[in-house]
Design a binder for this molecule. Structure first.
Ligand code: NAP
Length: 297
């Protein structure tokens, strides 16, 4: 039997439709739309593509969208002053600085410079700290982990008491999603194991998972026989594995051997079209939430 495909494109459309209504309500009540400033440094093709999609979605939602692009040679001081400009701008509710930044710039310094109330990526230590404390209502949760949790809820995947294995411990995906799913509450309450390159018997851990979340950035890392029959598999990996002959576009693959894995899993996300669109939808949701908070305070 083939696994149910968790269609991130359709789920994100549903979320964006709800947000569109909220944008209309905000405009009617306060006379302005949510404001999002996106800052892109350099020309890394993956970053350009992510920012393009984020900007397009923001424009579709009729946000007040400001896009700033700067050369990779920008200094840290110049970037910090650009961030500060939008910290001070009352029309801007959310600031997104696309990561990674060039090696000459300290990413942490830039992330910490963003007003936590405008940190719609949820990477500022204040937001991460509040998320750790379970203060979800007052913080911004990082978009990819939030999108993964939303997919589990919307697909009816039971998380309560489930064995969850997260492959990868990055600060933007693996660690926060492990924290979110281990917390008490709906869409969580799981028993979580976080595995990485120092883990012994990686495959054995994965085989125990009712929900397997893979964010390693290694194409095809998870083999089909690592998947418990019927498990839900969330493939976060986005790997550029070639170029499309005719269109010249990048060919993408996840961290899971999809074609074989779907014969064993109960539910599985495709790449592309799984977690990626949900990440963008969560960014928009955080920005709308920021606008409500700013305008109601
Ligand atoms: P990252 O910072 O490079 O972290 C990768 C993690 O995976 C590390 O913790 C690493 O372990 C672990 N890992 C790597 N190879 C492994 C192996 N062979 N066995 C076990 N663990 C291994 O990556 P990231 O930023 O979390 O991104 C991961 C992937 O998700 C990338 O493909 C990225 O493009 C994608 N991504 C997608 C979205 C989306 O919206 N769809 C968003 C963010 C990221 P160590 O810590 O031991 O080195």
């Amino acid at each position: 039997m083939q696994a149910e495909i968790l269609d991130g494109v359709q789920m994100s459309r549903d979320i964006l439709a709800g947000l569109k209504e909220q944008v209309a309500a905000l405009k009617a009540r306060y006379g302005r739309a949510p404001g999002l400033a996106t800052i892109l440094v350099g020309e890394d093709p993956a970053s350009v593509s992510y920012v393009t999609r984020k900007v397009r979605t923001a424009l579709d939602l009729e946000f007040h969208e400001v896009q700033e692009t700067r050369p990779a040679a920008i200094t840290q001081e110049e970037l910090l002053s650009l961030v500060e400009r939008y910290n001070q701008d009352p029309q801007i509710d959310g600031i997104l600085v696309q990561l990674p930044l060039p090696a000459s710039i300290c990413e942490q310094a830039v992330v910490r410079a963003i007003d936590p109330g405008k940190d719609v990526d949820g990477f500022h230590p204040v937001n991460l700290g509040q998320m750790m404390q379970g203060l979800r209502e007052s913080c911004y949760v990082p978009c990819t982990p939030a999108g993964i949790q939303e997919m589990l809820v919307r697909s009816g995947t039971v998380t309560d008491g489930a064995e969850v294995v997260v492959v990868g411990r990055s600060a933007i995906v693996g660690r926060p999603v492990a924290v979110l799913l281990g917390q008490k509450g709906p869409g969580a309450n799981s028993t979580v194991t976080l595995v990485h390159t120092a883990t012994r018997d990686l495959a054995d851990h994965c085989r125990r998972a009712d929900i397997l979340i893979v964010a390693a950035g290694v194409p095809g890392l998870v083999r089909p026989d690592w998947i418990k029959p019927g498990a839900t598999v969330i493939d976060v990996g986005v790997n550029r594995v070639g170029t499309h002959e005719r269109t010249g576009k990048a060919l993408l693959s996840g961290d899971v051997a999809f074609d074989e894995a779907r014969l064993r899993a109960g539910r599985i996300t495709p790449v592309p079209g799984g977690v990626g669109p949900m990440t963008i939808a969560m960014l928009m949701k955080n920005t709308v939430q920021a606008a409500w908070r700013h305008l109601e305070s």
